[in-house]
Design a protein around this ligand. Structure first.
Ligand code: URA
Length: 442
């Protein structure tokens, strides 16, 4: 189908449907249509499905990413002298890394202007976790955001109407039209938002496995390659850390519970797997920011930021700047607490063979820790803590986790789901790998 004289939603959809590469103007028209409402939802949805089925080449993906980034304002952080670097995870279960990593990196001298998302389906969201701190405001304007990044070196906010509004619209439609798992759409969504933050460089945690939306490492690699290539084409260095998401990260799943685990990390304790992912990502952030030249120096500096209390001080500074209750982070017993707490006992004991991230996330969803629909509300207090890790030994009558629930019905349902999700056997099991590969290093 040749390019028609007049550019209409119908003509653009039809050309993609028939497998043609779209021009920059056609892509701009689609993204404008998502932003100003001039394309109907059914036209946007048809276009998303056409892209899902036909794909996009490199030039189209760059044009789509640039159009999403420019669909709103781009934060102007030119007044901030420190290097500006951010981290983004493609989504997992128990993934609280941003909460403590961002203040650690800021305490090392970089700026972290972080725009985060909410949890949807089985994956959790940084914004929901932050909002379990009473008073914490995630809805700063872009000007407030820029001012705080300049002053504190760190801000964590939600996607405002000002920033990449096309992504907000398109992501909501993708979520209900089975068009999420598509590399050009994911790339435009992630990079469109992140580059609108005004960053110099980006580190991605690309997760794969049962609790991630990339099913295996090969698909995660492919997505990471696209993100690195398109980032470079747009003048921003991007690195990707590929991490397994077969079991949840850490020992907690649920909003306030995960905040407590991050606070523990900033005080120098916390599960080994949380440390492994935190340091792998943090090292790359400090290298890209030019703050350290080698990975081991970067790791030592990050450890020192925790040991000296500088990272904890940075976290408190951010909480105070965004209206959060410092008493609640200083004494996490003041964070929301669920009415009921019950252990999940394993009578026989043995070695943990698997702790299925998806099954555990579904249990957390049933407790009310996540949302099945974008407009649903969540309960910040509920979730799972003291979760066993694969390969650990559980004594007979030992606990596999503690369930935090608001009522007996959800407790019983979560218990049944967790019994299905956590398998214990007689034979010892090797601890699984976690950080699998780092991509994008030149
Ligand atoms: N995260 C995003 O922000 N967008 C996607 O498309 C997928 C994951």
């Amino acid at each position: 189908m040749p390019m028609p004289d007049a550019l209409t939603p119908f003509s653009v959809i039809a050309r993609k449907r028939d497998g043609f590469a779209l021009s920059r103007e056609e892509i701009a028209s689609f993204v404008r249509g998502a932003t100003d409402g001039s394309w109907a939802d059914y036209q946007l949805s048809a276009m998303l499905m056409a892209v899902f089925l036909r794909g996009m080449d490199r030039a189209e993906t760059i044009a789509l990413t640039a159009a999403v980034m420019n669909s709103g304002r781009v934060a102007d952080l030119s007044g901030v002298r420190a290097p500006k670097v951010d981290k983004h995870s493609t989504g997992g279960v128990g993934d609280k890394i941003s909460l403590h990593l961002a203040p650690m990196v800021a305490a090392c001298g970089a700026c972290v202007p972080m725009i985060s998302g909410r949890g949807l389906g089985h994956t959790g969201g940084t914004l929901d976790k932050l909002e379990s701190i009473p008073g914490f405001r995630v809805n700063l304007t872009l000007s407030e955001f820029a001012a705080q990044v300049g002053k504190v070196g760190l801000a964590m906010i939600g996607q405002t109407g000002e920033l990449a509004p096309a992504d907000k619209k398109l992501y909501a439609l993708r979520d209900v039209t089975a068009t999420v798992e598509c590399d050009p759409l994911i790339c435009a969504s992630i990079l469109g938002k992140k580059l609108a933050e005004g960053i110099d460089a980006l580190v991605l945690d690309v997760k794969f496995g049962r609790g991630a939306f990339m099913p295996n490492k090969a698909r995660a690699r492919q997505l990471a390659e696209t993100l690195i290539e398109i980032g470079a084409a747009m003048g921003k260095p991007v690195r990707a850390v590929l991490t397994a998401m077969e079991e949840p990260l850490g020992r907690t799943v649920g909003n306030a519970l995960e905040v407590v685990e991050s606070i523990d990390f900033l005080h120098g304790s916390g599960p080994a797997d949380v440390g492994e992912v935190t340091f792998a990502l943090g090292e790359q952030m400090l290298l890209l920011a030019g703050i350290e030249k080698g990975a081991s120096e970067a790791r030592s500096r990050l450890k020192e930021s925790v040991a000296s209390g500088a990272a904890w001080a940075k976290f408190r500074e951010m909480v105070a700047a965004q209206g959060g209750d410092l008493d609640a982070v200083d004494d996490p017993r003041r964070l929301p607490r669920a009415r009921l707490q019950a252990p999940l006992i394993n009578a026989r004991g043995g070695y943990v063979r698997s702790a299925d991230a998806l099954g555990i996330a579904q249990a957390a969803l049933r407790l009310g820790a996540g949302r099945a629909r974008a407009d649903a509300s969540i309960d910040p207090a509920v979730g799972i803590s003291h979760l066993v890790k694969v390969a650990e030994r559980v004594p007979p009558g030992g606990s596999l986790c503690t369930i935090h629930a608001s009522d007996g019905d959800s407790l019983a349902e979560a218990r049944a789901a967790l019994e299905r999700a956590i398998a214990v056997g007689d034979e010892p099991v090797a601890a699984p790998g976690l950080v699998e590969e780092i991509m994008g290093r030149t």
